[in-house]
Design a protein around this ligand. Structure first.
Ligand code: HEM
Ligand code: FES
Length: 352
């Protein structure tokens, strides 16, 4: 692999992304705290401590909303893909903002209790049976615990240690956490509102997350239905004239996996569409000198063997191809990761 292989290290894009993210957080907090304190705070703040807590809580909610919009946006329109690259930093930053919110709350609302403030946080209100006065803090505690776990396991080390499927399952907890934040706010400050600007921001944010996920799921279902051919031995990928040199055609297989079939220098090779790093879409990467670069973080694979060039060791499964007349077909049974397969040549003049 080349020296350009910088999967999760610092690079210019990450600096720019992080700078924009920090500027956004700073701007939001500045507006909430100083520029227009009356607009976003739901009532006149009792004191700076509470005002700060509200500003950081609202900021953490907006950040979670943005993070959850990035995934479906990238599935709906690939121009949003670059936003996926650095979601991890965004997530870690969100945790710090949420912790700041919770710290202000604990240090103000629970600091004057007879018992320890953390005990008071957990046990001062246990009226779980009623809506009015429901201990909505419990949802905040759950959400914060999940956010901390996700941030703590966000490093690549944990993905390798836990294996990508387990890691992914753990990270799906972001959805229950977001629902918990929605409950935290709905049962908390929305019960006692004087200013509706935050209500609109909150409802608009939560609705956008829901609608974008629905649209992305509908789009994928429609594509999957169009592509799915259950039980076939060999599956049509596309006509030879539909391939473009250096690019892939992606095909859904009956088992739900996707294969990426690449044309380079008049020959076809097929590997799994899911990157070994974080399941990034390899079929959207370009092939140069037989190496495809994952568009998410830059891992590279030789499309003839599914292996990352030395010294890297990542591998993805390969697939066997054949030509039936002018149609390229794939055997849906994947070869073990890293199995070399001879590329198949396609008739001269068939490529656009
Ligand atoms: C230990 C965890 C948490 C506790 C104890 C807690 C507690 C509270 C309390 C008491 C309020 C009402 C403040 C007021 O008087 O206006 C509040 C508001 C809020 N919290 Fe939390 N919270 C926690 C975690 C979170 C997390 C993780 C998020 C989001 C990611 C969050 C988002 C919010 C939002 C958006 C508000 C409304 C802010 C506003 O008034 O404008 N909270 N929280
Ligand atoms: S390089 Fe990260 S998902 Fe492919």
């Amino acid at each position: 692999m080349s020296v350009k292989y910088t999967p999760v290290q610092w690079n210019n894009n990450k600096w720019i992304y992080d700078a924009i993210m920090l500027a956004g957080v700073g701007l939001f907090l500045y507006i909430f705290l100083y520029a227009a304190p009356g607009i976003l705070s739901h009532e006149r703040p009792i004191n700076p401590q509470v005002h700060n807590a509200r500003a950081f809580g609202a900021c953490a909610f907006v950040m979670m909303t943005v993070i959850l919009c990035i995934g479906p946006l990238a599935r709906l329109d690939e121009r949003f893909l670059p936003l996926l690259y650095n979601r991890r930093h965004f997530g870690v930053m969100t945790v710090f903002v949420a912790i700041t919110h919770a710290s202000y709350i604990v240090d103000w609302y629970f600091a004057f209790s007879m018992s320890n403030k953390y005990e008071a946080l957990l046990f001062a209100n246990t009226s779980y049976g009623q809506l009015k006065g429901f201990p909505f803090e419990a949802f905040g505690i759950f959400a914060l615990a999940v956010l901390i776990i996700l941030a703590a396991t966000s490093h690549d080390f944990w993905m390798k240690f836990l294996s990508p499927p387990v890691w992914k399952r753990i990270h799906y907890l972001i959805y229950p956490a977001y629902l918990a934040v929605v409950a935290h706010v709905s049962l908390g400050i929305l019960q006692d509102q004087q200013n509706h600007a935050f209500t609109w921001l909150f409802a608009g944010g939560a609705l956008t997350v829901g609608v974008l996920h629905l649209l992305a799921a509908l789009k994928e279902r429609a594509r999957d239905q169009a592509l799915s051919v259950a039980g076939a031995d060999w599956i049509d990928v596309a006509g030879v004239d539909e391939f473009e040199d250096g690019f892939a055609k992606v095909r859904l297989l009956p088992d739900g996996d996707r294969v990426a079939v690449y044309l380079m220098d008049g020959k076809l090779s097929a590997i799994s569409n899911a990157c070994a790093h974080q399941n990034g879409p390899l079929g959207e990467g370009r092939v140069i000198d037989c190496l495809v670069t994952c568009p998410w973080h830059g891992f590279q694979y030789d499309v003839r063997s599914g292996r990352s060039p030395a010294p890297f060791t990542e591998m993805v499964p390969t697939y066997n191809l054949r030509l039936q007349g002018q149609t390229v077909q794939v055997d849906p049974k994947a070869n073990p990761p890293g199995t070399p397969v001879d590329p198949i040549a396609i008739p001269q003049g068939a490529v656009t």
